[in-house]
Ligand binder design. Sequence first.
Ligand code: FMN
Length: 153
Amino acid sequence: MKVGIYYGSETGNSEILCEDIETELGAGFDCDIQSLADVDPSALEPEAFYLFVTSTYGNGDLPSTALPFEEALTGGKPDLKGIRFAIFGLGDQVFAETFNHGSEKLAAMLVAQGATQVGERGIHDASSFEMPEDIALPWVQGIMAQMAADKAA
Ligand SMILES: Cc1cc2nc3c(=O)[nH]c(=O)nc-3n(C[C@H](O)[C@H](O)[C@H](O)COP(=O)(O)O)c2cc1C
């Protein structure tokens, strides 16, 4: 199965995490890591599965590299029925009022266009003592287990 691992990142943490996720998934998946800057939402495929990883910047916004993707979603309103995705957010509790709002907003935008979210959104807090991969990799395993269970049902 093709797994598109797409990141919105300002300083690279989300991109590095995507590489860790690809390694965690192993050779059984056809992984494709891309910046959201290079992804056209209308080109997403129902046969694939998508893992979005994004940080939050500004006033609870997506990072600037992901803004064209946001614009293509909200302006172009592509039909995403049949598209399945999961999402992991990187943020910092220091920004209490907008903590991880970027990933929350992106999930809502994808669902609004008809996509189906698999599992709960994963989140990382840069103010915690945990590394992003220590939260995200067990989360990915849970998501893929749910995908397998959904397929078997
Ligand atoms: C200027 C600035 C603004 C930020 N704003 C927020 C925010 O509003 N909410 C939040 O949860 N995290 C915020 N963060 C934290 C980042 O999302 C977090 O450090 C993340 O790990 C960065 O990942 P990236 O390198 O992939 O962009 C901000 C960080 C910076 C430097």
